[in-house]
Design a protein around this ligand. Structure first.
Ligand SMILES: [Zn+2]
Length: 492
């Protein structure tokens, strides 16, 4: 049994001007053929799960390509065509295959395609013919009909923070090997809901989303059902297929898949008010943090790097300084200031204007002065299951500055999601020695930060990834869409 594995993943924020280029993939993850195996084999990622699941089934793994870049603006035509053509060429060369396991994000937009993932699937099907194809998706996929029509089965993550990526990859591998052996015959259905789930409420550790995911798990365990997924979607892409999706895969019974998907969808829709949220403003969140003892983690919603934020917003930092918060630890994407520190050297005194250099939406640079505490190449590794599933991470050349008034400022040269505490620990920073940690994410960082925070406050900071959908000038989204339009009737 020869099974190809491939991944081409990007979450594209259409409200961000900066496009995602080939260089962004090269700086993050772009591995061809067998080179992808050592990078992804142990990772808590679906690619790692594909490898583990296929090895357990004694299948021959044919590694094709793995590409991933930090969320940002739509992928350029050049980058998309370069990567997808390479993937198609490798798929042709690898023939004959018995099937393909494919990892897509599901919210990739390119300059030419509002669902670049659907285009990738069309091209892959064009080469593969009817061979088995099992697709894994991020929970933030804006699922299209083609994402369930073209693959034989489609499986999305079921946790946020995404800590089940490897498990879903193994599930995909088990499904495709059973399919090739003729033991099962997947038939799937997808229901699209006219609603959004607030990013804070997407957290699967508690609340309505935890209950709904338990229902999804129960459905997946029902006889005759092979898999079930609930994808909240991604609100920072203005596309016609934005919104919540439910996918159910049944064994040889499309009507059963449809019935079960309808059932979960109705339940989700009935919970839509609970799945909404209101968050404190920057000023109020800082007051709350000052009234809380211990180490407080402030989630900077408006500069959520994992959703396309610039990583250099100073709005929250400036307000913390204004209200007198002691011992702040903040990370800014600021290659220019980092290089100034490298030029000055460890122990040198520096005066810098940090942050807010990407655009005009995320505050103004803040003047700091202090001493350069550490300089590093920015590479670190993470062995725990953390959102994103990456084991080897690289924040680029990085400087740590201890300011004269007791704050710790990290200046890095590559935008990376704050999903691993090793981002700080590898630099010699103890997060617990601080009163306030500014974390540029919403829910994804919680797998790393919950265990060390005495309190977590999610802040409705302004920015390109602001929490509510109300702030964004949508042109293409479906209408009506709760909560932008109130939809009072039950779904069915
Ligand atoms: Zn996601």
């Amino acid at each position: 049994m020869r099974i190809g594995i491939a991944g081409f993943l990007h979450e594209s924020n259409t409200f961000t001007e900066e496009k995602t280029t080939l260089r962004h993939f090269e700086e993050a993850f772009l591995h061809y053929g067998a080179d992808l195996l050592p990078v992804w084999r142990e990772a808590h990622h679906e690619l790692g799960g594909f490898i583990a699941g296929l090895e357990a089934a004694d299948a021959e793994i044919v590694p094709l390509l793995a590409a991933w870049a930090t969320p940002k603006g739509p992928v350029t035509r050049d980058a998309y065509e370069y990567i997808v053509r390479d993937l198609i060429d490798r798929l042709k060369t690898a023939a004959p295959l018995d099937g393909l396991l494919l990892a897509l994000h599901g919210a990739m937009v390119s300059e030419d395609h509002d669902s670049a993932d659907s285009e990738t699937l069309r091209r892959i099907r064009g080469v593969m013919g009817e061979l088995p194809l099992v697709l894994s998706l991020d929970m933030h996929a804006n699922v299209t009909q083609d994402m369930v029509r073209l693959p034989n089965a489609t499986i999305a993550y079921r946790t946020y923070p995404h800590v089940d990526q490897r498990a879903r990859g193994i599930e995909c591998a088990q499904l495709i090997t059973r399919m090739i052996r003729g033991e099962v015959e997947p038939a799937q259905a997808m229901v699209k809901l006219p609603m959004l789930i607030h990013i804070v409420q997407q957290y699967t550790g508690a609340g309505a989303m935890a209950e709904l995911m338990a229902e999804v798990e129960a459905t997946a365990a029902t006889p005759g059902i092979l898999s079930a997924s609930l994808a909240p979607g991604y609100i920072y892409a203005d596309v016609p297929h934005m919104g919540v999706s439910v996918i159910v895969v049944a064994d040889g019974n499309a009507a059963l898949a449809q019935r079960e998907a309808d059932c979960i969808a109705a339940l989700v829709f009935d919970h839509r008010y609970e799945l909404n949220a209101e968050l404190p403003s920057v000023a109020i969140a800082v007051q709350q943090a000052l009234n809380t003892s211990g180490t407080v983690c402030l989630m900077d919603c408006g500069d959520n790097i994992g959703a396309g934020g610039p990583g250099d917003s100073t709005l929250l930092f400036a307000e913390l300084l204004r209200q007198g918060m002691p011992k702040i630890c903040a990370v800014f994407y600021d290659p220019e200031a980092a290089e100034d520190c490298f030029t000055a050297g460890i122990g040198a005194t520096v005066a810098l204007d940090v942050g807010a250099k990407t655009d005009s939406l995320h505050g103004t640079p803040v003047s700091i002065s202090g001493s350069v505490q550490n300089l590093a190449d920015g590479r670190f590794s993470e062995t725990e299951a953390r959102h994103g599933g990456m084991g080897q991470l690289d924040q680029g050349r990085t400087a740590v500055v201890n300011t004269a008034d007791g704050h710790t400022i990290v200046l890095n040269s590559r935008r990376i999601m704050p999903t691993s505490l090793q981002q700080l620990l590898s630099l010699g920073i103890d997060p617990r020695a601080h009163r306030a940690l500014i974390v540029k994410g919403v829910t994804a960082p919680r797998a790393a930060y919950d265990p060390i925070a005495d309190a977590v406050i999610t802040v409705n900071s302004p920015g390109i990834t602001q929490a509510g959908p109300e702030a964004f000038p949508y042109k293409n989204r479906p209408r009506p869409l709760f909560p932008l339009e109130d939809i009072r009737q039950k779904s069915r």
